[in-house]
Design a protein around this ligand. Structure first.
Ligand code: SAM
Ligand code: DTB
Ligand code: SF4
Length: 345
């Protein structure tokens, strides 16, 4: 097992990024093998339970009201429809069901339906995850009470760059919600996006922010920007193709996340649809051990189950059974009273 540290410095993280590529990947693979079954990858499935019309202005997102992406706003899906989709995902081998809503924050009137969704999906034997925007401590407590396993809330980029990507909230707002989630005893899922035209220093600051949280997120999604026409960043990338992140730098980011957060699940998230199988294989070698299944993310296309099954067969990867991920979740979860006490300090 590797030592779990929360006192990483930016200099240490920058030095990891600077390592010769083979050395970096080798070290990341060592950390991966010491902490996880290295030929297994966790399968999670995403469902957009409320799409589009979001009042926030995240420059990458097709669901912002500010984007001219053609994504239509919908109402919150009904509980039965969500449960049906979860059952399909479970039957296809997925062990975690992540429900996403294009909200700045959930309204109290939405909470009863959200709670029913969590309870229903959990009753099917899947791990539950929600991503609904900012949460108050009381809302986080309600979700914990319902049995929610994970809450996804990404920090997206470095603290320095955050204001250029989103202006309707701050990085501190994001960190406050993460603290409310931790305080309620729910496991944190937090990561971000690379390939938004950021610098290496921003990627260092991004990983540093995650790796120095009071406890490492149980899951760390690393998204490669899906450039969507009509969004600020999608259009910027279309005009300046050189800003696109190169595959080796993407793998470096995965490797540094693995080394600095040895026990976390590192999820290869958005962007796989346009990523070669060879690059994905390098990411798995560098410690990525989770991905999203299916042919759709929230609004953007994903690799698709058939392609993934073929890739797993070629690479000798098997889906991670839930017993493994549940055991890790339990290990990562603090007793609720203890978490509340710590949050109150
Ligand atoms: N509204 C909630 C929120 O912002 O937390 C939940 C949904 S939001 C779509 C979840 C995450 O998806 C974002 O934080 C971002 O990291 C990622 N994401 C959104 N659009 C993306 C894109 N075009 N490419 C890559 N990642 C994206
Ligand atoms: C995360 O980090 N990536 C997922 C999940 N958490 C919610 C979302 C990816 C969204 C990709 C763009 C889209 O589908 O609109
Ligand atoms: Fe809204 Fe989330 Fe998209 Fe930002 S990332 S615009 S908060 S749905």
């Amino acid at each position: 097992m590797s030592e779990v540290r929360n006192d990483w410095t930016r200099e240490e993280i920058a030095a990891l990024f600077d390592l010769p590529f083979m050395e970096l990947v080798f070290r990341a693979a060592e950390v991966h093998r010491a902490n996880h079954p290295h030929n297994q990858v966790q399968l999670s499935t995403l469902l957009s339970i409320k799409t589009g019309g979001c009042p926030e202005d995240c420059g990458y997102c097709s669901q912002s009201v500010k984007a001219e992406s053609g994504v239509k706003a919908t109402k919150l899906l009904g509980v039965q429809e969500v449960l049906q989709r979860a059952a399909q995902a479970r039957d296809q081998g997925s062990t975690r069901f992540c429900m996403g809503a294009a909200w700045r924050n959930p309204k109290d009137r939405d909470m009863p339906a959200i709670i029913e969704m969590v309870q229903g999906v959990r009753a099917m034997g899947m791990e539950t995850c929600m991503t609904l925007g900012m949460l108050t401590p009381a809302q986080a407590d309600m979700l914990a009470e319902a049995g929610l396993d994970y809450y996804n809330h990404n920090i997206d980029t470095s603290p320095e760059r955050y204001g250029e990507i989103t202006s309707t909230r701050t990085m501190d707002d994001r960190l406050d919600t993460l603290s409310n989630v931790r305080g309620a005893g729910i496991n944190v899922c937090s990561g971000g996006i690379v390939g938004m035209g950021e610098t290496r220093a921003d990627r260092v600051g991004f990983v540093h922010t995650l790796a120095t949280l009071p406890s490492h997120p149980g899951s760390v999604p690393i998204n490669a920007l899906v450039p969507v026409k009509g969004t600020v960043l999608g259009d910027m990338l279309a005009d300046t193709p050189l800003a696109k992140i190169d595959d080796i730098e993407f793998v470096r980011t995965v490797a540094v996340a693995r080394i600095t957060m040895p026990e976390s699940m590192v999820r290869l998230s958005a962007g796989r649809e346009s990523m070669s199988e060879a690059t994905q294989a390098l990411c798995f070698l560098a410690g990525a051990n989770s991905l999203f299944t299916g042919d759709k993310l929230l609004t953007a296309p994903n690799a698709g189950d058939d392609n993934d099954a073929a890739m797993f067969a070629r690479l000798g990867i098997t889906p991670m059974p839930i017993t493994q991920t549940e055991a890790e979740a339990e290990a990562a979860r603090m007793p609720r009273g203890c978490a509340k006490l710590q949050a109150a300090e």
